[in-house]
Each structure stands twice: as C-alpha cells, then as structure tokens.
Design a protein around this ligand. Sequence first.
Ligand SMILES: CC(C)(COP(=O)(O)OP(=O)(O)OC[C@H]1O[C@@H](n2cnc3c(N)ncnc32)[C@H](O)[C@@H]1OP(=O)(O)O)[C@@H](O)C(=O)NCCC(=O)NCCS
Length: 260
Amino acid sequence: MANSTQKREDGLYLREAKLPEDFEGIVDVGAKAFALDPVFMFWGNVMEITDTGLKPENDQNLRVFMTFLLKTCIDMKARFTVICDPAANDKVVSAAYWVPPNERIALYQVGRLLRCGAIGFIKAWGIRGIDRITTQYLDKCHHSFQAEFKKRGLKRSVDDTWYLNLAMTDPAYQGKGLMSLLVREMFALNPEGIYTIEATTPKVKDQYAHLGFELISTFTLGKGVAGEDGLPKQGEEATGMPVSPMIRWPASWASKDQTA
Ligand SMILES: CC(C)(COP(=O)(O)OP(=O)(O)OC[C@H]1O[C@@H](n2cnc3c(N)ncnc32)[C@H](O)[C@@H]1OP(=O)(O)O)[C@@H](O)C(=O)NCCC(=O)NCCS
C-alpha cells in the first residue's frame, strides 16, 4: 500500500507510523482517548472514576491493554497512520489501526497471544475482562457482521475485510477533523475495500455514519450490571451501553448491485 503524508494548514500532518519509534506515543494517545470510554471501562471493570479521571491503577491497566492491542495489530500486519503536532515535538496526537483482510488472531493461537503480552493483559483485566471482550462483545459483533453478509448474499467471511481496530484522537485535539483525515486518507488510497468497525458510543456512531459507514445493528453490552457510562450499576440504572457494528462498503457499490 502506498506510503502517504499529508500536511494541514495548521501544521498538523498525517504520516504512516514508524515502529517501534512511535509505539509509546500511540499507546499514550490511546490511554488518553479511551480513558472514559464506557465500553473500555466496562471491559476493565472500572468501579469508579475521580474528578481527574481514571484512578492510577485503572489507567495503568488500560495502558497494559493498549500495549497488548497494539502488539496484536502489529502481529496482524496492520497499517498504522498517525497525525503529529510539530508544535509539540512532533508527538502523535491521533492514530488509526487498519487490520488487513484475512489477518486476524484467533483465541486458540495461544503462542501469538503470549508473544503480544497476553499474560500482562490477563493480570490487568482478569478472566472477567476477557469474557467481556470476547464472548460478550467480539463474538456478538462478529455474528452481526456475518448475518449482514449472509443477508446480502456475500460468500466471503467478515474477516475478509479491513478492520478499523482503533481510531483515536488525544482529547486536547478532538473536534478538529483529525479522525476524518485518517479515515478519508485510507478510503482514498483503497476505495474498493470493505471496512468494518464498531462504534462504542452514540456520538461515535454518528461520526462514523457521517464518514460513510452504514449501521448494521446495535446490541446492548453489560445490561443488568453496568450503566451507560460503563460503571457498575444496579436495577433500573443498569441499562448497559449500546455497541454498533458498522460497515463501509466499496465506493463503486453505491451505484450497483451490492453482491460482488
Ligand atoms: C472518535 C474520535 C476518534 C473522533 O476523533 P476526532 O478527531 O475528534 O474526530 P473529527 O473531529 O475528525 O470528527 C469526525 C467527523 O465527525 C463529524 N462530527 C462531529 N460530531 C458529529 C456528530 N455529533 N454527528 C455526526 N458527525 C459529527 C465532524 O464534523 C467530522 O466530520 P468533517 O471532517 O466532515 O467535519 C475521538 O473522539 C476519540 O478518540 N474518541 C475516543 C475513542 C473512540 O471512541 N474511538 C472510536 C471507536 S474505535
């Protein structure tokens, strides 16, 4: 895939990530961007937040997870694009992980998972966290995607798509069009790809819809045990949180039968 750089009028610029040089910077943006994400707090069994955000131990556990996730995406040969700020020592302020078609790690590939730091992640979030991510989340998303493919008569697996594993912007830089730049750059480079993602908040769902992703379904995660903020709740407050699998179809399908 072509190597791309783009500079904005404000000086912020997009480029392919350089690894391992950018590794810590990407993990840091992820930990900041997802600190108060309801789904991530639910996965990480966060019990409460303080006025300043996550407690130090929860922040540390999130960083362990982000490190593990980044390593798994490197192992799956993901394409990483980042946006940097030259006015802040070129630090990474936004990033996207694009996992290519047919590059996925299965749960039974224990060696690969261990190589990516699974033990540290299990220690951080425990068996409960793994169950929440796999059975309660990833399996349901996969089922939704596959059901949509079946409905459309598509013979391929949903794993035969580009998976936008993570998109994130440092909160101090949000609302400036950085995610749009990352997503549009990829679509321009590879307009005929099929892209899958999951939106973990209603706002992000609307943002992805704005960028051309179609809502496939919405299911509720954590109903009966967590609120819409991802923190533990009981009774009527334990509404759970909406998760929305979404797909961006190839550009050419907009004008013809969508069963290629
Ligand atoms: C989601 C996230 C990556 C967005 O990053 P961002 O850089 O602030 O996003 P942008 O400013 O590029 O906004 C994206 C687009 O959504 C549009 N948008 C903003 N609010 C919107 C809304 N409520 N409804 C629809 N579109 C909206 C923007 O106008 C922009 O489109 P444009 O470029 O055509 O103007 C960032 O909020 C984040 O890191 N959140 C936490 C992590 C997360 O949830 N990641 C996504 C799941 S993997």
